[in-house]
Design a protein around this ligand. Structure first.
Ligand code: FDA
Length: 405
């Protein structure tokens, strides 16, 4: 077995967002760094992100927009490498960008600009980039050196940064390597699950949902995570789309990160509107209208027909007791649906759960009981909302580990 270039200070596993940032930071800090990845190209997920334009950060990013068993864990790294820091890097490389929704920054041209920038940053730090390397084994010897065996030889270093991401999108090279290594080195795991993912429904629901496929509506969905004093509540107001498998759209993707199997979703189809008052007003103004006409004033036509058919008696509004309309308003404001599951890792933008933060230093991502072992990026139990937060976590956690090696 060939032993590769003996003198590395750090091995980075994974040439994705967090790995490239960690490698560039460590290399520019003077460490001799090698990056190993089984893919032929670096940063493949960056390339497809944000519809090809990479939503590379969110200017509002703070620990409040992340899910984690320890909601405070992300604070330190996020505070030490901020969205403004990443934006300054983007600007130094003269990459044109724009703000889409509030705080969400995208490339004007292409996500390729971000990958090229990170590769230039790695080159500036003399990082050795080893792509198309299959990782066969990872171990730590008695002297505290990490030994990584690949199909192109063996690499040794006193520090190992694991940046191989989560399980989402296997066809882009995602594997469970980080989770396997965490278990191998005795780190705890928070059960992983697909997140930022469309939700699926059983046959009974699909029978009435299918005809609504393609329809999009603005909704509010209340979500919660944690329990007791740690419990946090948040409401996402955004678009929801009916699909041939169930529900998608930004509001659903956000809610999916919080959803637990068996739980119902509670969807407000008229967020920000006093639905009861509005329906009674329509009845007063248009007493001869029917239920479909009334609901069409507030909802897309097909959805109005669905609710009128399933919740309202036929006939003119004048003939409907007010209580029927207030009940209708209650349903529209808190429509309860029971997802069957998710579309899984093939469609999930991220993996929630992962390496338990209790085993890591929040300052530099080093394993508390395994000196020299660092876990960064999506592999860790820190999952951001939709909107550039996950990349900001990758940059911040990668930077924290890169500074430490
Ligand atoms: P990442 O997955 O980027 O990198 C892991 C690397 O490890 C890969 O290069 C992989 O090949 C390598 N690897 C894995 N297993 C290996 C093994 N066994 N051996 C060797 N190498 C291995 N986020 C955001 O903030 N804004 C956005 O616009 C988007 N858009 C988006 C769109 C889509 C379609 C997806 C799937 C995801 C997003 N995301 C996003 C999420 C974002 O892409 C994600 O959070 C980061 O890429 C995570 O960075 P990591 O470096 O941790 O993993």
């Amino acid at each position: 077995m060939t032993v590769q270039g003996g003198g590395h200070d750090a091995i980075v596993l994974g040439a994705g967002a967090a790995g490239l940032m960690a490698a560039a930071t460590a290399g520019q800090g003077g460490a001799r760094v090698v990056v190993l990845d089984h893919a032929q190209h670096a940063g493949r997920k960056i390339l497809i992100s944000g519809g090809g334009r990479c939503n590379f950060t969110n200017m509002d990013a703070g620990a409040g927009q992340f899910l984690s068993a320890n909601p405070h864990f992300a604070k330190s790294a996020l505070a030490r490498y901020t969205p403004a820091d990443f934006l300054a890097l983007v600007q130094r490389h003269r990459i044109p960008w724009h703000e889409k929704a509030a705080g969400q920054l995208f490339c004007d041209r292409s996500a390729r600009d971000i990958v090229d920038m990170l590769m230039r940053e790695c080159a500036a730090g003399q990082v050795e980039m080893r792509l198309s390397h299959r990782i066969i084994d990872v171990a730590r010897d008695g002297a505290g050196q990490y030994r990584v065996e690949t199909d192109h030889g063996v690499f040794h270093a006193p520090s190992l940064i694991v940046a191989t991401g989560g399980l989402s999108i296997p066809k882009l090279g995602a594997t469970g390597l980080a989770h396997d290594l965490a278990r191998r080195f005795g780190l705890g795991m928070v059960a992983p699950a697909p997140a930022l993912v469309p939700l699926t429904f059983g046959a009974r629901d699909m029978a009435w949902m299918e005809p609504l496929a393609g329809l999009s509506v603005n909704v509010g969905i209340a979500c919660h995570d944690g329990a007791g004093r740690q419990a946090r509540h948040v409401t996402f107001r955004d678009g929801m789309v009916f699909t041939h498998r169930g529900l998608s759209g930004p509001a659903i993707l956000q809610a999916s990160s919080y959803w637990q199997p068996g739980e119902a979703l509670e969807i407000d189809l008229l967020p920000g509107i006093n639905a009861a008052a509005r329906l009674l007003e329509i009845k007063r103004d248009r007493p001869r209208a029917g239920g479909v006409a009334m609901l069409s004033m507030l909802l897309p036509q097909r959805l109005a027909q669905f609710f009128a058919r399933s919740c309202l008696p036929e006939g003119q509004l004048a003939g409907l007791p007010d209580s029927v309309l207030t009940d209708m308003a209650g349903t529209l404001g808190a429509w309860r649906l029971n997802p069957h599951g998710t579309e899984g890792y093939v469609k999930a933008e991220v993996t929630r759960g992962g390496v338990d933060t209790a085993c890591l230093s929040s300052r530099d991502m080093e394993a508390r009981d395994v000196p020299g072992l660092f876990m960064v990026g999506e592999a860790v139990d820190v999952t951001g909302w939709l909107g550039g937060y996950n990349f900001q976590w990758a940059w911040a956690s990668g930077h924290a580990a890169g500074q430490a090696v």
